[in-house]
Design a protein around this ligand. Structure first.
Ligand code: F0G
Length: 453
Protein backbone atom coordinates (compact mmCIF):
# COMPACT_ATOMS: atom_id res chain seq x y z
CA UNK A 1 0.00 0.00 0.00
CA UNK A 2 0.99 3.59 -0.63
CA UNK A 3 0.16 4.80 2.89
CA UNK A 4 2.99 4.43 5.37
CA UNK A 5 1.46 4.15 8.82
CA UNK A 6 2.91 5.06 12.20
CA UNK A 7 4.41 1.73 13.36
CA UNK A 8 2.92 2.17 16.85
CA UNK A 9 -0.39 3.10 18.45
CA UNK A 10 -1.03 5.55 21.27
CA UNK A 11 -0.81 4.19 24.81
CA UNK A 12 -0.97 7.32 26.93
CA UNK A 13 -1.99 10.83 25.88
CA UNK A 14 -1.23 14.43 26.85
CA UNK A 15 -3.85 17.16 26.37
CA UNK A 16 -3.16 20.15 24.12
CA UNK A 17 -4.61 23.40 25.49
CA UNK A 18 -6.23 25.48 22.76
CA UNK A 19 -5.44 29.20 22.63
CA UNK A 20 -6.68 32.12 20.50
CA UNK A 21 -4.55 34.38 18.31
CA UNK A 22 -5.32 37.28 20.69
CA UNK A 23 -4.01 35.29 23.66
CA UNK A 24 -0.90 34.34 21.70
CA UNK A 25 -0.21 37.98 20.82
CA UNK A 26 -0.20 38.76 24.53
CA UNK A 27 2.09 35.82 25.30
CA UNK A 28 4.48 36.93 22.56
CA UNK A 29 4.80 40.45 23.91
CA UNK A 30 5.37 39.07 27.44
CA UNK A 31 8.09 36.78 26.06
CA UNK A 32 9.79 39.70 24.25
CA UNK A 33 9.17 37.84 20.98
CA UNK A 34 11.57 35.08 22.03
CA UNK A 35 9.85 31.70 21.61
CA UNK A 36 12.23 30.07 24.11
CA UNK A 37 10.61 32.31 26.75
CA UNK A 38 7.04 31.01 26.18
CA UNK A 39 5.33 28.65 28.57
CA UNK A 40 5.02 25.36 26.68
CA UNK A 41 1.34 24.96 27.59
CA UNK A 42 0.67 28.10 25.54
CA UNK A 43 1.92 26.20 22.45
CA UNK A 44 -0.41 24.02 20.33
CA UNK A 45 2.13 22.13 18.22
CA UNK A 46 5.65 22.32 19.56
CA UNK A 47 8.24 21.92 16.81
CA UNK A 48 10.90 23.90 18.67
CA UNK A 49 13.13 20.85 18.84
CA UNK A 50 13.29 17.08 18.45
CA UNK A 51 15.55 16.99 21.50
CA UNK A 52 14.16 15.14 24.50
CA UNK A 53 10.61 15.78 23.30
CA UNK A 54 9.84 12.38 21.78
CA UNK A 55 7.49 9.76 23.19
CA UNK A 56 9.10 6.82 24.95
CA UNK A 57 7.81 3.37 24.18
CA UNK A 58 6.07 0.91 26.48
CA UNK A 59 9.31 -1.06 26.61
CA UNK A 60 11.31 2.03 27.58
CA UNK A 61 8.91 2.76 30.45
CA UNK A 62 9.22 -0.87 31.49
CA UNK A 63 13.02 -0.54 31.38
CA UNK A 64 12.72 2.48 33.71
CA UNK A 65 11.34 0.11 36.35
CA UNK A 66 14.48 -2.01 36.04
CA UNK A 67 16.75 0.97 36.68
CA UNK A 68 19.27 0.29 39.43
CA UNK A 69 20.32 3.40 41.32
CA UNK A 70 23.59 2.17 42.84
CA UNK A 71 26.13 4.97 42.99
CA UNK A 72 28.97 2.86 41.60
CA UNK A 73 28.87 -0.15 39.29
CA UNK A 74 25.11 -0.14 38.66
CA UNK A 75 24.00 -3.02 36.42
CA UNK A 76 22.02 -0.40 34.46
CA UNK A 77 25.34 1.17 33.42
CA UNK A 78 26.49 -2.11 31.89
CA UNK A 79 23.19 -2.58 30.04
CA UNK A 80 23.63 0.96 28.67
CA UNK A 81 27.32 0.51 27.83
CA UNK A 82 26.65 -2.72 25.97
CA UNK A 83 23.79 -1.18 23.98
CA UNK A 84 26.07 1.71 22.95
CA UNK A 85 28.92 -0.63 22.08
CA UNK A 86 26.69 -2.90 20.04
CA UNK A 87 26.48 0.02 17.58
CA UNK A 88 29.54 2.15 18.42
CA UNK A 89 32.29 -0.18 19.54
CA UNK A 90 34.49 2.26 21.47
CA UNK A 91 36.54 1.05 24.44
CA UNK A 92 35.33 3.76 26.84
CA UNK A 93 31.69 4.81 27.19
CA UNK A 94 31.18 7.75 29.56
CA UNK A 95 27.57 8.74 30.33
CA UNK A 96 26.71 12.44 30.67
CA UNK A 97 23.46 14.30 31.31
CA UNK A 98 23.22 15.56 27.71
CA UNK A 99 25.32 16.17 24.62
CA UNK A 100 26.80 19.52 25.57
CA UNK A 101 28.33 18.02 28.72
CA UNK A 102 30.26 15.59 26.53
CA UNK A 103 31.34 18.54 24.37
CA UNK A 104 32.45 20.59 27.35
CA UNK A 105 34.49 17.75 28.82
CA UNK A 106 36.15 16.79 25.53
CA UNK A 107 36.99 20.35 24.47
CA UNK A 108 38.24 21.25 27.94
CA UNK A 109 40.87 18.56 27.38
CA UNK A 110 41.49 19.01 23.64
CA UNK A 111 40.71 22.71 23.07
CA UNK A 112 42.44 25.90 24.17
CA UNK A 113 43.77 29.14 22.65
CA UNK A 114 45.43 28.74 19.27
CA UNK A 115 43.62 25.46 18.44
CA UNK A 116 41.22 25.01 15.53
CA UNK A 117 38.40 22.45 15.46
CA UNK A 118 36.91 21.74 12.02
CA UNK A 119 33.42 20.26 11.60
CA UNK A 120 31.00 20.03 8.68
CA UNK A 121 28.84 22.47 10.69
CA UNK A 122 29.16 22.94 14.43
CA UNK A 123 25.86 22.89 16.29
CA UNK A 124 25.41 26.02 18.47
CA UNK A 125 26.45 24.33 21.74
CA UNK A 126 29.38 22.61 20.04
CA UNK A 127 30.64 25.90 18.64
CA UNK A 128 30.11 27.61 22.00
CA UNK A 129 32.02 24.87 23.85
CA UNK A 130 34.93 25.05 21.39
CA UNK A 131 35.03 28.85 21.61
CA UNK A 132 34.69 28.87 25.41
CA UNK A 133 38.16 27.27 25.60
CA UNK A 134 39.64 30.00 23.38
CA UNK A 135 39.83 27.68 20.36
CA UNK A 136 38.38 28.47 16.93
CA UNK A 137 35.48 26.51 15.43
CA UNK A 138 35.43 26.31 11.62
CA UNK A 139 32.64 24.94 9.42
CA UNK A 140 33.82 23.13 6.29
CA UNK A 141 30.62 21.73 4.80
CA UNK A 142 30.62 21.30 0.99
CA UNK A 143 29.43 24.41 -0.93
CA UNK A 144 26.15 22.63 -1.85
CA UNK A 145 25.47 22.42 1.88
CA UNK A 146 25.20 26.21 2.05
CA UNK A 147 22.83 26.45 -0.93
CA UNK A 148 19.21 25.91 0.22
CA UNK A 149 18.12 24.93 -3.29
CA UNK A 150 20.88 22.42 -4.13
CA UNK A 151 19.56 18.85 -4.42
CA UNK A 152 22.82 17.12 -3.53
CA UNK A 153 21.92 13.83 -1.76
CA UNK A 154 24.57 14.29 0.96
CA UNK A 155 24.57 18.00 1.69
CA UNK A 156 26.11 17.34 5.09
CA UNK A 157 29.39 16.14 3.54
CA UNK A 158 32.67 17.64 4.63
CA UNK A 159 34.55 19.66 2.00
CA UNK A 160 37.59 17.38 1.81
CA UNK A 161 39.73 19.88 -0.11
CA UNK A 162 39.04 22.57 2.49
CA UNK A 163 39.79 20.14 5.31
CA UNK A 164 43.06 19.12 3.66
CA UNK A 165 44.03 22.78 3.17
CA UNK A 166 43.42 23.41 6.87
CA UNK A 167 45.41 20.37 7.98
CA UNK A 168 48.26 20.95 5.50
CA UNK A 169 48.38 24.67 6.36
CA UNK A 170 49.80 23.90 9.78
CA UNK A 171 46.76 24.83 11.89
CA UNK A 172 46.88 23.35 15.39
CA UNK A 173 43.99 20.90 15.01
CA UNK A 174 43.41 18.65 18.05
CA UNK A 175 40.62 16.64 16.39
CA UNK A 176 38.32 16.63 13.39
CA UNK A 177 34.55 16.52 13.96
CA UNK A 178 31.74 15.36 11.67
CA UNK A 179 28.11 15.98 12.66
CA UNK A 180 25.64 13.32 11.50
CA UNK A 181 23.15 14.40 10.36
CA UNK A 182 24.26 17.99 9.85
CA UNK A 183 21.65 19.71 12.02
CA UNK A 184 22.62 23.37 11.54
CA UNK A 185 22.92 22.75 7.79
CA UNK A 186 19.38 21.39 7.48
CA UNK A 187 19.45 17.88 8.97
CA UNK A 188 21.37 16.72 5.92
CA UNK A 189 23.24 13.40 5.85
CA UNK A 190 26.91 12.62 5.37
CA UNK A 191 27.79 9.72 3.05
CA UNK A 192 29.92 6.75 4.04
CA UNK A 193 32.22 7.62 1.15
CA UNK A 194 32.74 11.13 2.52
CA UNK A 195 33.39 9.79 6.02
CA UNK A 196 36.01 7.46 4.52
CA UNK A 197 37.61 10.48 2.86
CA UNK A 198 37.69 12.36 6.17
CA UNK A 199 39.20 9.28 7.83
CA UNK A 200 41.94 9.10 5.18
CA UNK A 201 42.85 12.75 5.79
CA UNK A 202 42.86 12.21 9.56
CA UNK A 203 45.22 9.26 9.06
CA UNK A 204 47.50 11.25 6.78
CA UNK A 205 47.79 14.13 9.26
CA UNK A 206 47.63 12.04 12.45
CA UNK A 207 44.37 13.53 13.79
CA UNK A 208 41.61 11.76 15.73
CA UNK A 209 38.15 11.80 14.15
CA UNK A 210 35.11 12.37 16.37
CA UNK A 211 31.45 12.06 15.44
CA UNK A 212 28.72 14.31 16.79
CA UNK A 213 26.29 11.47 16.25
CA UNK A 214 22.94 12.70 17.64
CA UNK A 215 20.97 11.59 14.57
CA UNK A 216 23.10 8.63 13.49
CA UNK A 217 20.15 6.33 12.68
CA UNK A 218 18.51 8.88 10.40
CA UNK A 219 21.89 9.43 8.72
CA UNK A 220 22.33 5.68 8.24
CA UNK A 221 18.83 5.39 6.75
CA UNK A 222 19.70 8.11 4.20
CA UNK A 223 22.89 6.20 3.34
CA UNK A 224 20.79 3.07 2.80
CA UNK A 225 18.36 5.01 0.60
CA UNK A 226 20.80 7.14 -1.38
CA UNK A 227 24.33 5.75 -1.47
CA UNK A 228 25.41 3.34 -4.21
CA UNK A 229 25.77 -0.22 -2.96
CA UNK A 230 24.09 0.40 0.43
CA UNK A 231 20.46 -0.29 -0.56
CA UNK A 232 19.95 -3.80 0.79
CA UNK A 233 21.85 -3.41 4.00
CA UNK A 234 20.71 -3.48 7.60
CA UNK A 235 20.93 -0.02 9.17
CA UNK A 236 22.73 -1.58 12.15
CA UNK A 237 25.59 -2.63 9.87
CA UNK A 238 25.77 0.82 8.30
CA UNK A 239 25.94 2.40 11.78
CA UNK A 240 28.75 0.02 12.74
CA UNK A 241 30.63 0.98 9.56
CA UNK A 242 30.27 4.65 10.45
CA UNK A 243 31.48 4.04 14.00
CA UNK A 244 34.47 2.00 12.82
CA UNK A 245 35.76 5.05 10.92
CA UNK A 246 35.92 7.22 14.05
CA UNK A 247 38.09 7.40 17.17
CA UNK A 248 35.28 8.61 19.35
CA UNK A 249 31.95 10.40 19.58
CA UNK A 250 29.94 12.93 21.51
CA UNK A 251 26.26 12.17 21.77
CA UNK A 252 23.01 13.72 22.81
CA UNK A 253 20.77 10.78 23.71
CA UNK A 254 17.79 13.17 23.53
CA UNK A 255 17.66 12.61 19.78
CA UNK A 256 17.89 9.20 18.08
CA UNK A 257 18.37 7.21 21.31
CA UNK A 258 14.76 8.20 22.14
CA UNK A 259 15.57 9.60 25.57
CA UNK A 260 14.05 12.58 27.36
CA UNK A 261 17.49 13.23 28.83
CA UNK A 262 21.00 11.79 28.46
CA UNK A 263 24.13 11.62 26.41
CA UNK A 264 27.57 10.11 26.29
CA UNK A 265 31.17 10.56 25.31
CA UNK A 266 32.78 7.43 23.87
CA UNK A 267 36.34 6.97 22.68
CA UNK A 268 39.21 4.53 22.30
CA UNK A 269 42.23 6.45 23.62
CA UNK A 270 42.72 5.29 27.26
CA UNK A 271 44.74 8.35 28.39
CA UNK A 272 42.20 10.79 26.93
CA UNK A 273 39.35 8.76 28.46
CA UNK A 274 41.01 9.00 31.87
CA UNK A 275 41.32 12.79 31.63
CA UNK A 276 37.70 13.06 30.54
CA UNK A 277 36.52 10.84 33.42
CA UNK A 278 38.37 13.06 35.89
CA UNK A 279 36.45 16.07 34.58
CA UNK A 280 33.23 14.05 34.58
CA UNK A 281 33.57 13.33 38.28
CA UNK A 282 34.08 17.02 38.98
CA UNK A 283 30.67 18.11 37.66
CA UNK A 284 28.61 15.24 36.21
CA UNK A 285 29.04 12.28 38.53
CA UNK A 286 30.74 8.94 39.00
CA UNK A 287 31.69 7.28 35.67
CA UNK A 288 29.01 4.58 35.85
CA UNK A 289 26.16 7.09 35.88
CA UNK A 290 27.51 10.44 34.64
CA UNK A 291 24.72 12.95 35.11
CA UNK A 292 21.99 10.34 34.80
CA UNK A 293 19.85 8.09 36.97
CA UNK A 294 20.15 4.33 36.46
CA UNK A 295 16.62 4.31 35.07
CA UNK A 296 17.61 6.83 32.37
CA UNK A 297 20.46 4.54 31.31
CA UNK A 298 18.00 1.62 30.96
CA UNK A 299 15.57 3.70 28.87
CA UNK A 300 18.36 4.75 26.52
CA UNK A 301 19.59 1.18 26.08
CA UNK A 302 16.09 0.18 24.98
CA UNK A 303 15.72 3.30 22.78
CA UNK A 304 18.91 2.41 20.92
CA UNK A 305 17.34 -0.91 19.94
CA UNK A 306 14.13 0.74 18.71
CA UNK A 307 15.65 3.56 16.66
CA UNK A 308 17.49 1.27 14.22
CA UNK A 309 14.32 -0.64 13.26
CA UNK A 310 13.58 -0.19 9.58
CA UNK A 311 9.80 0.24 10.02
CA UNK A 312 10.47 3.10 12.42
CA UNK A 313 13.05 4.81 10.21
CA UNK A 314 10.94 4.45 7.06
CA UNK A 315 8.00 6.09 8.87
CA UNK A 316 10.24 8.75 10.41
CA UNK A 317 11.94 9.88 7.21
CA UNK A 318 8.76 9.61 5.10
CA UNK A 319 6.65 11.61 7.55
CA UNK A 320 9.21 14.42 7.73
CA UNK A 321 9.31 14.46 3.91
CA UNK A 322 5.46 14.58 3.88
CA UNK A 323 5.57 17.87 5.78
CA UNK A 324 8.35 19.29 3.61
CA UNK A 325 6.74 18.37 0.30
CA UNK A 326 3.37 19.77 1.35
CA UNK A 327 5.01 23.07 2.31
CA UNK A 328 6.68 23.27 -1.09
CA UNK A 329 3.28 22.73 -2.73
CA UNK A 330 1.85 25.51 -0.55
CA UNK A 331 4.49 27.90 -1.92
CA UNK A 332 6.73 27.91 1.14
CA UNK A 333 10.42 27.74 0.16
CA UNK A 334 12.12 24.96 2.09
CA UNK A 335 15.61 23.59 2.20
CA UNK A 336 15.90 20.56 -0.06
CA UNK A 337 16.28 17.63 0.03
CA UNK A 338 14.07 17.42 3.13
CA UNK A 339 16.13 16.57 6.21
CA UNK A 340 15.63 13.67 8.61
CA UNK A 341 14.37 15.26 11.80
CA UNK A 342 13.06 18.56 10.56
CA UNK A 343 11.88 20.75 7.71
CA UNK A 344 13.72 24.03 7.33
CA UNK A 345 11.86 27.01 5.89
CA UNK A 346 14.13 29.33 3.90
CA UNK A 347 13.05 32.55 5.61
CA UNK A 348 15.41 34.73 3.57
CA UNK A 349 13.68 33.55 0.38
CA UNK A 350 10.18 33.85 1.91
CA UNK A 351 10.77 37.40 3.21
CA UNK A 352 13.01 39.02 0.57
CA UNK A 353 11.96 42.47 1.83
CA UNK A 354 13.88 41.96 5.09
CA UNK A 355 17.61 42.47 5.54
CA UNK A 356 19.23 39.47 7.30
CA UNK A 357 20.15 41.79 10.19
CA UNK A 358 16.40 42.35 10.68
CA UNK A 359 16.13 38.61 11.31
CA UNK A 360 13.72 37.16 8.71
CA UNK A 361 13.87 33.80 10.52
CA UNK A 362 12.68 35.37 13.75
CA UNK A 363 9.89 37.11 11.82
CA UNK A 364 8.66 33.78 10.42
CA UNK A 365 8.95 31.96 13.75
CA UNK A 366 7.00 34.66 15.60
CA UNK A 367 4.31 34.73 12.89
CA UNK A 368 3.85 30.93 12.93
CA UNK A 369 3.20 31.07 16.66
CA UNK A 370 0.88 34.04 16.44
CA UNK A 371 -1.12 32.60 13.53
CA UNK A 372 -1.47 29.01 14.65
CA UNK A 373 0.29 28.39 17.95
CA UNK A 374 3.05 26.48 16.17
CA UNK A 375 6.45 26.87 17.83
CA UNK A 376 9.50 26.59 15.57
CA UNK A 377 13.12 27.63 15.95
CA UNK A 378 15.15 30.26 14.13
CA UNK A 379 18.44 28.86 12.85
CA UNK A 380 20.07 31.84 11.21
CA UNK A 381 21.38 35.28 12.00
CA UNK A 382 19.88 35.39 15.50
CA UNK A 383 21.54 32.07 16.39
CA UNK A 384 24.85 32.54 14.58
CA UNK A 385 25.17 36.24 13.70
CA UNK A 386 27.17 37.46 16.71
CA UNK A 387 30.89 36.64 16.27
CA UNK A 388 33.23 36.03 19.23
CA UNK A 389 34.86 39.45 18.59
CA UNK A 390 31.47 41.17 19.11
CA UNK A 391 30.79 42.03 15.47
CA UNK A 392 27.47 41.07 13.89
CA UNK A 393 27.14 39.56 10.41
CA UNK A 394 24.45 37.71 8.48
CA UNK A 395 24.59 33.92 8.94
CA UNK A 396 25.09 31.90 5.71
CA UNK A 397 21.33 31.09 5.70
CA UNK A 398 18.27 32.30 7.57
CA UNK A 399 16.28 29.17 8.28
CA UNK A 400 13.31 28.35 10.46
CA UNK A 401 13.32 24.78 11.66
CA UNK A 402 10.17 22.77 12.15
CA UNK A 403 11.68 19.92 14.16
CA UNK A 404 9.49 16.85 14.50
CA UNK A 405 9.58 15.14 17.90
CA UNK A 406 9.88 11.37 17.56
CA UNK A 407 6.63 9.32 17.68
CA UNK A 408 4.70 12.27 19.15
CA UNK A 409 2.43 13.98 16.63
CA UNK A 410 -0.08 12.38 14.28
CA UNK A 411 -0.70 13.17 10.63
CA UNK A 412 -3.58 15.55 11.45
CA UNK A 413 -1.28 17.59 13.68
CA UNK A 414 1.11 17.86 10.77
CA UNK A 415 -1.74 18.72 8.34
CA UNK A 416 -2.65 21.59 10.68
CA UNK A 417 0.97 22.83 10.63
CA UNK A 418 0.89 22.73 6.81
CA UNK A 419 -2.27 24.84 6.80
CA UNK A 420 -0.75 27.41 9.18
CA UNK A 421 2.41 27.65 7.05
CA UNK A 422 0.32 28.12 3.89
CA UNK A 423 -1.55 30.98 5.58
CA UNK A 424 1.77 32.52 6.62
CA UNK A 425 3.10 32.37 3.05
CA UNK A 426 0.15 34.48 1.88
CA UNK A 427 0.98 37.21 4.43
CA UNK A 428 4.76 36.92 4.21
CA UNK A 429 5.30 40.19 2.35
CA UNK A 430 3.66 42.11 5.22
CA UNK A 431 5.68 40.63 8.11
CA UNK A 432 7.85 43.08 10.06
CA UNK A 433 11.52 42.58 10.85
CA UNK A 434 12.87 42.53 14.41
CA UNK A 435 15.60 44.22 16.39
CA UNK A 436 17.34 42.90 19.49
CA UNK A 437 16.96 45.17 22.51
CA UNK A 438 18.92 43.05 25.00
CA UNK A 439 21.25 40.07 24.58
CA UNK A 440 23.81 38.04 26.55
CA UNK A 441 27.43 37.53 25.43
CA UNK A 442 27.00 34.00 24.06
CA UNK A 443 24.13 31.75 22.86
CA UNK A 444 21.97 34.85 22.60
CA UNK A 445 19.03 33.15 20.89
CA UNK A 446 17.88 31.55 24.16
CA UNK A 447 17.41 34.76 26.13
CA UNK A 448 17.60 37.78 23.79
CA UNK A 449 14.71 40.26 23.94
CA UNK A 450 13.27 41.45 20.62
CA UNK A 451 10.87 44.04 19.34
CA UNK A 452 9.22 44.38 15.92
CA UNK A 453 10.54 47.16 13.69
N1 F0G B 1 25.03 18.32 18.56
C1 F0G B 1 23.97 18.44 17.75
C2 F0G B 1 24.11 18.15 16.30
C3 F0G B 1 22.73 18.81 18.29
O1 F0G B 1 21.68 18.90 17.48
C4 F0G B 1 22.62 19.07 19.67
C5 F0G B 1 21.37 19.49 20.26
C6 F0G B 1 23.77 18.92 20.47
C7 F0G B 1 24.95 18.55 19.88
C8 F0G B 1 23.75 19.19 21.96
O2 F0G B 1 23.03 18.21 22.64
O3 F0G B 1 21.10 19.42 23.68
O4 F0G B 1 21.82 17.18 24.50
O5 F0G B 1 23.21 19.16 24.94
N2 F0G B 1 20.42 19.91 19.57
C9 F0G B 1 19.11 20.31 20.03
C10 F0G B 1 18.34 20.87 18.87
C11 F0G B 1 19.08 21.14 21.26
O6 F0G B 1 17.28 21.47 19.10
O7 F0G B 1 18.75 20.69 17.72
P1 F0G B 1 22.25 18.52 24.01
Amino acid sequence: FRTIIEPFRIHSVEPIRMTTAAERRERLAAAAYNLFQLHADDVLIDLLTDSGTGAMSRDQWAAIQRGDESYAGSPSYFVFRDAVRDLFDFAHVIPVHQGRAAERILFTVLGGPGKTVPNNTHFDTTRANVEATGATAVDLVIPEGRDPASRHPFKGNMDLAALEALLAGGADVPCVFVTITNNSGGGQPVSLENLRGVRALCDRYGKPLFLDACRFAENAWFIREREAGQGGRDVVDIVRDIAALADGMTMSAKKDPMGNIGGWLALDDPALAQECRNLLILTEGFPTYGGLAGRDLEALAQGLKEVVQHDYLRYRITSTAYLGEALQQAGVPVLTPIGGHAVYIDARALLPHLDPLHYPGQAVAVALYELGGVRSCEIGTVMFGRRPDGAEAAAPMDLVRLAVPRRTYTQSHIDYVIEVCGCLAERAHRLPGYRIVEEPDALRHFTARFEPI
